[in-house]
Design a protein around this ligand. Structure first.
Ligand code: G
Ligand code: G
Ligand code: MN
Length: 600
């Protein structure tokens, strides 16, 4: 816009120069070759400015506006802006509450600085504005007019919005993240303080087998699984609930305004169900499922962290109860358990070094002859003079990684015992079974360390059988097979423990380099019932024999069970009927009595 043009556009405005008159620096009057004293200079500056400039009366009716402001507010021209006669700042297109706020502050302080408001332009466009507005008075304190400067901050706001979004959302699934979730819990806890009837529930979950799927099908498949899970969970909740992804395969769900506990449970049950359904991933059918921890009446907590801690504890319990996942509701008993797990962890450090980890032995028997074929070694912890069984400490040992050294120590003790026995009776083939957890097997040092133990103790590896549970295969997938092959190459054998409790497909069984199966004791316990268990055992035994595997039935407590097992073709047995797990000295005695050892 040229100088002459703007001169032609005379507007009904106040004198732009008047407000600055008194402030003009001394000496300017004389040297005015730049036109500094000329009011038209300022007018041109304002009219050409990129920022919007306006002058209003006391009621917010515009008296002057520059072109930039007209564009900013979506008017066709400044003329049409000035035709806006409704006053009360309506030309700005801002919300009524922002108008009230602006008028309030002007009234109280005479100015506002850096106020950010959203404006709905005349042309329907949305713009973020930053306002600097001040009332101008004359020397006697009489109100003259209101001056305003308006900057378009839409770009910056968009960026801020994006940053906030990123701060509070997960990029992969678009779900709110942990920080967002925590803030939501925080707000709800505050609400609960005000309204005693308000209730909410929190779920915390992770997907089963996520790691295996990610590792064996690739990260793209893992990502897709997370997205599909997001969609499925979304279908189980109501619009007022919040689903968040905490990273990895962990999700949390906030269930708002729960009227009855049963309603929250129903949602948890639906999520559990839907995640169990097979998922089609890149034309492969995959089964996942979730472990879900539930905190009902979460409104009674003090902090979001406490809620999440307990939900996590409950999730851990759900996982522990079943390798298929499912859900568990938090109760205070679980907290005690978590506490005692901490205590156990403390004590467990250094338990090996203090010689507190010892093997107990339970005989493996050939059913028909009653002949002793070997022992299963079961880890015991002699803690403060008392014998502690693995249910108290194995899980903690696995979670903390302590299992690795405990297991190796255990293996060493077993090997020393095996060596001693084999020296006493070198004619009888004799095995010791040792339980190995996935954490041990998957450690890259494991094979080397086992070799060292075998060499140090001078034990023939053919006397050692490693027992692995099905869950190891479900958790670690193909890698397990490689680790097994490596150990087999040094002469060790493998046996699948607790068979029938996991859901390893029978086709999987063919791929595994196994010598035997241990039939889970739940089958044996069901014997004598409706005959169903007998049929299953018969089929499993025959399948195992087809694959060249020996079968040991676990948990045989009664003679009838033994007889039926023999009848069903199961040749080897183990259980309280023969002996409980016993310390090494007693195992020696047992051997003597069974006639396996000629001398002691
Ligand atoms: O006796 P019992 O309570 O012993 O054993 C319970 C479970 O603990 C068993 O099912 C077995 O899987 C596990 N367990 C026993 N001993 C060991 C061991 O030496 N190492 C590992 N990893 N697990 C063991
Ligand atoms: O590793 P695995 O899960 O197979 O360990 C066997 C478990 O079964 C150990 O905890 C052991 O103490 C237990 N056990 C051994 N024999 C019997 C039995 O006859 N009955 C019951 N209930 N448990 C047994
Ligand atoms: Mn076992």
């Amino acid at each position: 816009m040229s100088y002459s043009q703007s001169e032609q556009m005379a507007e009904p405005t106040a004198d732009v120069g008047s407000g600055v008159k008194g402030k003009r620096p001394a000496g300017m009057e004389e040297a005015d070759s730049w036109g500094i004293n000329n009011p038209l200079t300022y007018r041109k500056l304002i009219e050409d400015a990129a920022a919007g400039v306006f002058i209003c009366d006391e009621t917010g009716l515009p008296l002057y506006a520059n072109e930039a402001l007209a564009i900013l507010l979506g008017y066709e021209s400044r003329i049409s802006l000035l035709e806006e006669k409704s006053g009360n700042w309506s030309f700005l297109g801002i919300r009524p509450e922002d108008v009230r706020n602006l008028a309030d502050k002007l009234e109280k302080r005479g100015e506002v600085r850096g106020v950010e408001v959203e404006s709905l332009g005349r042309d329907g466009s949305k713009t973020w504005l930053m306002l600097n507005v001040s009332k101008v008075y004359d020397g006697k304190g009489r109100f003259l007019r209101t001056d305003g400067f308006v900057t378009d901050i839409t770009g910056r706001k968009g960026l801020e919005h994006e940053l906030v979004y990123r701060t509070y959302h997960d990029q992969l699934t678009g779900l709110p993240n942990r920080d967002f979730f925590r803030q939501r819990l925080h707000a709800s806890l505050r609400k609960a303080k005000r309204s005693p009837d308000y209730c909410f529930t929190v779920l915390y979950m992770d997907l089963n087998r996520f790691k295996v799927i990610n590792d064996s099908y690739g990260h793209a498949a893992g990502d897709e699984l997370l997205r599909l899970a997001t969609v499925r969970i979304g279908k189980c909740v109501r619009s007022k609930d919040v689903i968040a992804r905490f990273g990895g395969d962990e999700f949390a769900v906030f269930i708002d305004e729960v009227e009855r506990d049963a309603d929250a449970m129903e949602i948890a049950r639906r999520i559990d169900q839907t995640l169990r359904q097979p998922i089609l991933l890149f034309e492969q059918e995959i089964r996942s499922g979730a472990s879900i921890g539930i905190v009902i009446n979460a409104q009674n907590y003090d902090s979001p962290e406490d809620i999440l801690r307990d939900a996590d504890t409950a999730m851990y319990q759900a996982k522990r109860r079943s390798s298929h996942g499912g859900y568990a509701v938090f109760n205070s008993h679980m907290r005690e358990e978590a506490m005692s797990a901490l205590l156990v962890e403390n004590d467990l450090h250094g338990a090996s070094e203090r010689g507190e980890i010892i093997p107990y032995f339970q005989p493996l028997i050939e059913g028909n002859s009653g002949r002793l074929i070997g022992f299963e070694a079961l880890m015991r912890w002699r803690r403060d003079g008392r014998i502690t069984t693995p249910d108290v400490f194995i899980k903690v040992a696995e979670d903390t990684g302590l299992i690795y050294n405990l297991g190796l120590d255990m293996l060493r003790s077993v090997c020393m015992q095996v060596k001693q026995w084999s020296e006493l009776d070198s004619e009888n083939p004799f095995v010791a079974h040792v339980n190995i957890s996935g954490k041990q097997l998957m450690n890259s040092r494991f094979c080397k360390d086992v070799k060292t133990v075998l060499r140090d103790t001078e034990v023939d590896p053919r006397h050692v059988v490693l027992e692995l549970t099905e869950s190891v295969f479900m958790t670690y997938g193909q890698d397990v097979l490689e680790a097994m092959d490596e150990l087999r190459s040094i002469g060790l054998q493998f046996c699948l423990d607790d068979f029938g409790t996991g859901y390893s497909s029978l086709s999987y069984l063919r791929q595994m380099p196994l010598e035997g199966l241990k039939l889970d004791r739940s089958f044996v316990q069901e014997l004598g019932g409706d005959g169903h268990a007998a049929a299953i055992i018969r089929n499993l035994v025959s399948l195992a024999h087809d694959l060249g595997l020996i079968v040991v039935a676990e948990g045989v407590e009664e003679r009838d069970q033994l007889n039926e097992l023999m009848h069903l073709g199961c040749r080897y047995v183990q259980g309280y009927l023969f002996a409980k797990p016993m310390p090494p000295e007693e195992a020696n005695q047992f051997m003597l009595r069974s006639g396996a050892l000629k001398t002691m």
